[in-house]
Ligand binder design. Structure first.
Ligand code: AMP
Ligand code: ZN
Length: 111
């Protein structure tokens, strides 16, 4: 999608602080971190949100979680994985992404 912020990060048109990249998945630091460690993990192909995951595209979503597991190994105390889906959940970028939050004890509230 040519007007998608995260597609532009994938293409390199917008810079990012990459922490991991392979053929199908990219991970980079959130520009407005909510915790000492705040990483976004995204599929390189455009998927609107968690509500658009299907049998046809779920392979790359599974791979996102393999990457999350690897990145989480540096967070000995644990970490949280969040994916906001739709406006009521606060999704501001309509390209599927998983927030990894960690580096300190996190609030227990989920919503
Ligand atoms: P969400 O609100 O769940 O859609 O998350 C979108 C996230 O993208 C927010 O945490 C933003 O801080 C982050 N973000 C927006 N623009 C950029 C950017 N250029 N580089 C890195 N993170 C960004
Ligand atoms: Zn996109």
């Amino acid at each position: 999608m040519s007007d998608c912020l995260f597609c532009k990060i994938v293409s390199g048109d917008i810079p990012s602080q990459k922490v991991y990249e392979d053929e199908t998945v990219l991970a980079f630091r959130d520009i407005n971190p909510q915790a000492p460690v705040h990483i976004l993990v995204i599929p390189k192909t455009h998927i609107d949100s968690a509500a658009a995951i299907t049998a046809q595209n779920s392979g790359v979503v599974a791979h996102c979680f393999e990457v999350i597991a690897q990145l989480g190994k540096d967070l000995a105390g644990g970490f949280r994985v969040v994916s906001n889906c739709g406006p009521d959940a606060g999704q501001t970028v309509p390209h599927l992404h998983f927030h990894i939050l960690g580096g300190r004890p996190l609030a227990m509230e989920m919503a």
